[in-house]
Design a protein around this ligand. Structure first.
Ligand SMILES: Cc1cc2nc3c(=O)[nH]c(=O)nc-3n(C[C@H](O)[C@H](O)[C@H](O)COP(=O)(O)O)c2cc1C
Length: 187
């Protein structure tokens, strides 16, 4: 099975998550390629896709949106999972869950309509103080916000393993779930 993990990242934390997901999936699935969305020339020949982007201003980065829109027709024929990387775990504890849920809802309502997703997960990435405008930093810290590497690798691993299980569990004999089996080769 050939899987593409495609990502868009501004400062690197989404790229590292994508690479980690691809490496982990490759142990069970074999051929898993990890590429930035800008590197991908064609999406044909893949059996499944995982696409991720950093979130800026409540939306995916432009290259990820262009990739998704441009390839929606092909992606829609295969199982697709997406992940979005933001900073909800930097928020004061009280707002973290709600922040992530709102973010997820907003992205799903505005971005992925053309492809029926198998799943969408919002992770936190790396959010350093320098990424927030100076005057807001003090207020953010005073109200319980914090900065740093917020990635929850256990949660990332769990999500990855769930995808792997879906792909391996359904690939025996009948092709990837939702797709017809590959036609027999030869006469
Ligand atoms: C200009 C800018 C805008 C951002 N906007 C959002 C946002 O709307 N929602 C969010 O959850 N995180 C936001 N973030 C935080 C980033 O998504 C987070 O730092 C993420 O880890 C960045 O991924 P990257 O390292 O792959 O670029 C923003 C960061 C920057 C620099």
């Amino acid at each position: 099975m050939r899987v593409l993990v495609a990502y868009a990242s501004a400062l690197g934390s989404t790229r590292e998550i994508a690479q980690h997901v691809a490496d982990r999936m490759a142990v069970a699935l074999g051929e898993v390629e990890c590429r930035s969305v800008e590197e991908v020339k064609s999406v044909s020949g893949y059996d499944a896709f995982v696409v991720g982007s950093a979130i800026h201003n409540q939306a995916w980065l432009d290259p990820a949106l262009v990739f998704f829109t441009h390839n929606a027709h092909e992606l829609a024929k295969r199982p697709v999972w997406v992940f979005s990387v933001g900073m909800s775990d930097a928020l004061p504890r009280l707002f973290r869950k709600r922040g992530a849920a709102l973010q997820q809802q907003r992205l799903e309502q505005s971005q992925f309509q053309d492809v029926e997703l198998r799943g969408h997960k919002v992770f936190s990435g790396v959010y350093e103080a320098a990424q927030m405008p100076g005057p807001l930093r003090v207020l953010f810290r005073l109200t319980g916000g914090h900065f740093g590497d917020l990635r929850d690798w256990t949660s990332i691993d769990d999500w990855t393993d769930d995808i792997t299980a879906q792909l391996t569990g359904s690939s025996e004999g009948a092709g990837v779930q939702g797709l017809p089996p590959d036609p027999p080769t030869g006469a």
